[in-house]
Design a protein around this ligand. Structure first.
Ligand code: UT7
Length: 333
């Protein structure tokens, strides 16, 4: 029987208009453009402003564009998986809200949380559905309104994050393209270094949790940095080795955009030239589940059918992993 693989057949990303620059952050906390660029590589990030707007709006915009670009009828989508750490509400799933906003009325949908690794966890989960042959069109969304959980009085975290949404269409392929291999890890003991203290069942919201500013991202940056460099580099190199890929065989590396120094260290371990590494952290910051689709969308016109691509991420949890895929289509022009 011919093996069915899940192939990405379309990509689209969306960011809100408002740009929060390093210069504006200098007026909000004790920081400098120079410190932020040197330590993270970030110059600006996009922020979703306005009442009544949540992560589902970022995701819905990305999906609307995706369906238009790929000439896909919303009613033909079978399944929607949203990777996010900032759902509109604790329940229902924001994937359902996106499906409703976009008119994907025949799809079932759910959210998946693997922090910054969520998009690749969701992509791999979705691939299993496609590989069964039962699912013909699956939409995977990565979206986060990080500005909703960032403390803009904490200079160690507020300079890092931005808001964005991205989405891919997955369809079956029997000609050798699509997702070939994946490897993922989690280590729950990493919780202490990166988490949101309150708002869940362990510590429900109260006046005290609000006064203690516990509804925001807490991160011990240096510790996370060390784990991230090792985790992302190890798994990316492992992915190359187990698929007998040398650096010249890899067309592009798509890393989660958390810190330019983490990306550079990983690329060096993979022995990749800079022009093979997708980097746009300078314009968007760390958009958590948005980073990888934002890169793929920006590079879409350079990607050619058959390109070997490695995606990798590291995030809270800890969670980390990598996917190896063969790109399934040529640019339009
Ligand atoms: O995406 C999910 C996973 N997350 C990550 O991968 C993030 C990993 N961590 C990082 O990217 C980095 O650790 C940060 C960007 C968060 C911080 O960079 P760092 O080089 O690790 O800085 P640091 O925390 O060691 O701080 C160095 C100094 C400290 O001052 P002292 O103690 O040396 O006097 C900080 O107080 O820089 C100070 N500092 C700042 N200074 C100006 C911290 N934040 C700022 C700031 N502006 N925004």
């Amino acid at each position: 029987m011919t093996k069915i693989r899940a192939a990405i057949t379309g990509i689209n990303a969306w960011v809100p208009d408002y740009i929060l620059t390093n210069q504006e952050l200098e007026t909000m906390v004790d920081t400098s453009d120079e410190w932020i660029i040197t330590r993270t590589g970030i110059k600006e990030r996009h922020i979703l402003k306005g009442e009544g707007k949540g992560t589902s709006d970022l995701g819905a915009e990305a999906v609307k564009g995706l369906l238009k670009k790929t000439n896909t009828d919303p009613l033909d989508v079978d399944l929607v998986i949203l990777a996010t750490v900032t759902p509109d509400m604790l329940f229902p799933a924001s994937a359902n809200i996106i499906s409703d906003k976009v008119g994907m009325k025949n799809a079932w949908s759910y959210d998946l949380n693997a922090a910054c690794s969520g998009f690749i966890f969701a992509l791999d989960t979705a691939a299993r559905f496609v590989e069964t042959g039962k699912y013909k069109k699956v939409v995977v969304v990565g979206a986060d309104k990080m500005s909703s959980i960032v403390d803009y009085t904490d200079r160690t975290t507020c300079i890092i994050f931005g808001d964005a949404g991205g989405a891919v269409l997955l369809e079956p392929d029997t000609t050798g393209y699509g997702m070939i291999d994946s490897k993922f890890y989690t280590d729950g003991s990493g919780l202490i270094y990166l988490h949101q203290k309150a708002g869940g069942s362990l510590k429900p919201p109260s006046h005290d949790t609000i006064d203690a500013r516990e509804h925001f991202v807490f991160q011990e940056g240096q510790s996370v940095f060390k784990f991230a460099v090792k985790g992302m580099a190890d798994v990316s190199v492992e992915m190359m080795k187990r698929n007998n890929l040398e650096s010249e065989d890899v067309a592009y590396f798509v890393p989660h955009q958390a810190n330019l120094r983490i990306i550079d260290a990983t690329a060096r371990r993979m022995k990749l030239d800079n022009d093979k590494v997708m980097i746009n952290i300078q314009r968007y910051g760390n958009t958590t589940n948005g980073t990888i689709p934002l890169c793929l969308d920006e590079w879409e016109n350079k990607l050619k059918k058959g390109d070997n691509i490695i995606l990798a991420a590291f995030g809270g949890g800890f969670t980390w992993g990598a996917i190896y895929l063969k790109w399934a289509y040529d640019p339009e022009n």
